[in-house]
Design a protein around this ligand. Structure first.
Ligand SMILES: [Fe+2]
Length: 367
């Protein structure tokens, strides 16, 4: 048994610790391809999962990730292979970067192609199939890194079937919307403090989790229209792949947002910063990013830890249009009231989701 004791550590006069930002890093296409090749040559794993975590050099266990709170996993499936079912309380965004295939998530079938995105909800049993002729390659982004840091990442291999789950008491009928429970919260002080009984504490209102699929071909049609906004547009040409179950936190999962961006040639962003960490995968064009004063070149097929939370950065496209998939832990930060954002460095810091945000000049462009 450990004889280590709790200590009182005086912090009254101690200055707040300085942020130690993880440096940006580019994982080159050739390195990703070498790892894909290596995974393909392994003997088939018992659980069917040919997977590698992509780990930032500053990451420490528990909770390895490419960003402090975001795990990125490279997964491949050879033709004819399938994975064994699994479920966990981390939530995922999946992004197919080569080939295609089928995801079965909580009994829902998703047939996906290259650059499609879909999500996996908490404790949803899921598995993957590759019935095609090409290698299937996916990047999975999840909050497993964060949950492992919190010591609460619960993972079950070969979970009970969806049918068994449907009859569990956790999915019983909820109170109809608008009906006040006999044991509901009530206002306690005139300035708005409430009291909540235990019966509500252990039975909060539920939001139906949704497994959603964003086929790239259709997203691209919408994204290409944003190219028409022209050189004078000061915003970014982005569509968040929004899951309405995440409400006001603008997420694809409750923790992460995925967004598809087009950068027309020779567009240079203004330097800005936000406390959400950002990971980009570039799948057309090339460009450069300046992050905390250091310049990084990238091109199609590269994955990049493109901005540590609160690091000043901007991105620029070279001579061709750039398509990129961006993942940030923005919903988590909105929920925590910690999403500080500075759209331009001369503007004040704003707590997005709690204070007024920023505007673009789109209304004036009349496009
Ligand atoms: Fe950014």
């Amino acid at each position: 048994m450990s004889d280590r004791k709790v200590e009182f550590r005086y912090c009254g006069d101690a200055p707040a610790p300085k942020l130690k930002l993880w440096p940006a890093v580019v994982i080159a296409k050739r390195d990703i391809e070498t790892e894909i090749e290596r995974l393909a040559q392994l003997p088939p794993p018992a659980n069917g999962r040919r997977s590698s975590m992509i780990v930032h050099p500053n990451a420490i266990e528990p909770g390895l990730g490419l960003a402090p709170g975001i795990r990125v996993t490279l997964n491949i499936l050879k033709p004819g292979e399938r994975t064994r079912p699994i479920r966990h309380n981390s939530t995922q965004i999946d992004f197919c970067i080569r080939g295609g295939g089928t995801a079965m998530v909580r009994g829902q079938k998703i047939d996906f192609e290259q650059y499609d995105v879909w999500n996996t909800t908490s404790m949803a049993p899921y598995w993957y199939l590759n019935e095609g002729r090409e290698l299937q390659v996916r990047l999975t982004y999840s909050n497993a890194a964060l949950l492992e840091k919190m010591n609460v990442h619960v993972v079950e291999d070969d979970p009970p079937s969806v049918d068994a789950e449907e009859t569990s008491p956790t999915v019983r009928e909820q109170e109809p919307v608008g009906r006040v429970s006999r044991f509901d919260t009530f206002q306690f002080t005139n300035d708005g403090a409430f009291l909540m009984p235990y019966e509500r504490y252990i039975n909060p209102p539920t939001v139906e989790p949704k497994v959603l699929h964003w086929p790239w071909k259709r997203v691209k049609e919408e994204l290409d229209k944003l190219a028409r906004l022209g050189k004078d547009y000061v915003g970014r040409r982005v569509y968040v792949l929004y899951n309405p179950a995440t409400g006001r936190t603008n997420g694809t999962t409750p923790n992460l947002s995925a967004a598809m961006t087009i950068r027309p040639p020779r567009i240079v962003d203004r330097p800005h910063r936000h406390t959400s960490a950002a990971i980009n995968y570039y799948f057309a064009g090339s460009g450069r990013s300046t992050v905390e004063g250091k310049v990084y070149e990238w091109q199609a097929g590269d994955l990049m830890f493109s901005a540590p939370g609160w690091g000043v950065h901007n991105h620029a496209s070279h001579d061709e249009p750039v398509y990129e998939m961006n993942v940030q832990d923005q919903p988590l930060n909105i929920a925590m009231e910690s999403l500080l954002w500075q759209e331009q460095l001369k503007l004040p810091v704003t707590v997005l989701g709690a204070q007024a945000g920023f505007e673009t000049n789109r209304a004036q462009l009349k496009i």
